[in-house]
Ligand binder design. Structure first.
Ligand SMILES: [Zn+2]
Length: 456
């Protein structure tokens, strides 16, 4: 059996060559999987205390930031060690780039550059310990979804695989790696590759898998033998999920993390649609107005990375929103705490004063498309209770009727809690990557006060 040879021989050898300890961390995660809620919290608290004391001792940036940050940056916490510490942003870290990696950290450091939604690159430094946790956690997530290491799988991704070492790794991992560009997925080629490779698992963006599912449905193609579907990287709508599950007859397991920062934070299990937090490697907080969100409330995802001593991320605002869970135990029996939903990029989500959220990709696109003679739109949340809808009219547009329809649609969904203004403009400016941004939020969710600056 290749799976056994892979797990016992190939994988540990790869680890040694890459100077990682992925197989060791994965074995440890196998042990902690059955921990009780109390034991998991003890483990997390212990690692958190160690990380905070390392950071206090060795990072002049954090020492100074923790001592001087204003009240509006600070938030209370369910974790006593984090209570009152300020929330750090991507911009803070970009400005403090010279302070990392911490000189006291002597291990191997990986440099990861990310381009944010505005195109401004940020460099994250990842210790090799964190690198091991990153990959081990992804493997655990796949295992929870029903995949065993060494089984053949298919990865669909936008980036090309150029490096020979990666291609060799794919071969050993039995990964068929297909790249495509955003507008053009060769679904027939993907189906051929699935049959040829006998892949039992597909890993892709939800939107990509949905394109494939639609192709299967339209052409009456049956699932060639896929047992596991995992998605990550974009928000999976309920409608898309249902389409995918009905085309393949297999449940979709979605997971969530920060690729640039190097942490897999949460994943669904096959028994429920909530997301388990992988607490062994991070502390995730959902914050709203400077305090932990209540069950069912939407707030900012702020996390602390527990195994990166090269560039510690402590109460780091990831720029995403998520919905707080209710604390009910999951039917799968795992005690890892859960969050209810991932809601998307904070700068792309409209919050309602009652604690809810309107998501751009599900909420706005449909109705705006139905309106005649509108060439473009953008919904801007100026304040928690005030939106401005920018519209671009085409010839023959009935402006009054358009405004009325939009006002009614938003008011109904937000239960009248939002004031709505309109602005007719010639053009909607494009965001940093040259893409339109249908929704722009100017409010901050993690800190105590709302700021008027757009997080970019
Ligand atoms: Zn579960």
């Amino acid at each position: 059996m290749y799976e056994r040879i892979f797990q016992r021989v190939v994988f540990p050898v790869l680890d040694r060559l890459n100077q990682t300890e992925i197989s060791k961390v994965l074995a440890y995660l196998g042990e902690t999987e059955s921990y009780s809620a109390t034991d998991l919290r003890d483990l997390q608290d212990r690692k958190l205390r160690a990380l905070l004391s390392w950071t206090q001792d060795h990072s002049d940036f954090y020492r100074d930031f923790w001592a001087t940050a204003g009240k509006e940056r600070r938030a209370s916490s369910d974790y006593p060690e984090l209570d009152g510490l300020p929330v750090v942003t991507k911009e803070d870290l970009r400005e403090a780039a010279d302070h990392f990696p911490l000189p006291a950290y002597k291990g191997k450091v990986l440099e990861i550059r990310t381009s944010g939604s505005t195109g401004t690159p940020t460099q994250f430094l990842r210790s090799h310990e964190q690198e091991s946790w990153f990959w081990a956690t992804r493997m655990r997530i796949w295992q929870w979804a029903g995949y065993e290491l060494g089984e053949p799988y298919l990865a669909l991704n936008l980036n090309k695989r150029k490096k020979l070492s990666k291609q060799l790794q794919d071969l050993l991992f039995r990964c068929t790696y297909l790249s495509y560009n955003a507008e053009n997925l060769d679904s027939r080629g993907v189906m051929d590759a699935l049959r040829r490779s006998r892949a039992i698992h597909i890993n892709a963006f939800g939107s990509t898998l949905h394109l494939l599912a639609r192709y299967m449905r339209d052409n009456d193609i049956e699932n060639p033998g896929v047992r596991v579907l995992t998605t990550t990287g974009d928000n999976l709508s309920q409608e898309h999920r249902e389409d995918i599950e009905s085309a393949f007859g297999v449940p979709v397991v979605d997971y969530y993390g920060a690729g640039g920062e190097g942490t897999h934070l949460a994943s669904q299990c096959t028994r429920a649609d909530r997301y388990h937090l992988h607490v062994e490697n991070s502390v995730v907080e959902i914050l709203r107005d400077g305090r932990p969100a209540k069950p069912g409330e939407v707030g900012a995802v702020v996390f602390t990375q527990l195994d990166n001593r090269a560039m510690p991320l402590v109460r780091y605002d990831l720029g995403d929103l998520a919905t707080m869970g209710d604390g009910e135990p999951c039917p799968c029996g795992r005690a890892h705490p859960t969050i209810r939903a991932i809601n998307g990029r904070a700068c792309d989500v409209i919050l309602t004063p009652r604690g809810g959220a309107l998501l751009p990709q599900f909420f706005f696109i449909g109705p705006f498309k139905m309106l005649d003679n509108l060439r473009g739109y953008q919904v801007v949340q100026e304040e928690l209770d005030r939106l401005v809808v920018k519209l671009v009219a085409d010839a023959g547009c009935d402006k009054e009727a358009s405004e009325k329809a939009i006002r009614e649609y938003i008011s109904e969904a937000a239960e009248g809690s939002l004031k709505i203004g309109f602005e007719w403009v010639d053009e909607i400016p494009l965001a940093g990557l040259g893409k339109p941004r249908p929704v722009v939020s100017k409010i901050s969710t993690s800190g105590q006060q709302e700021s008027s600056e757009v997080g970019s």
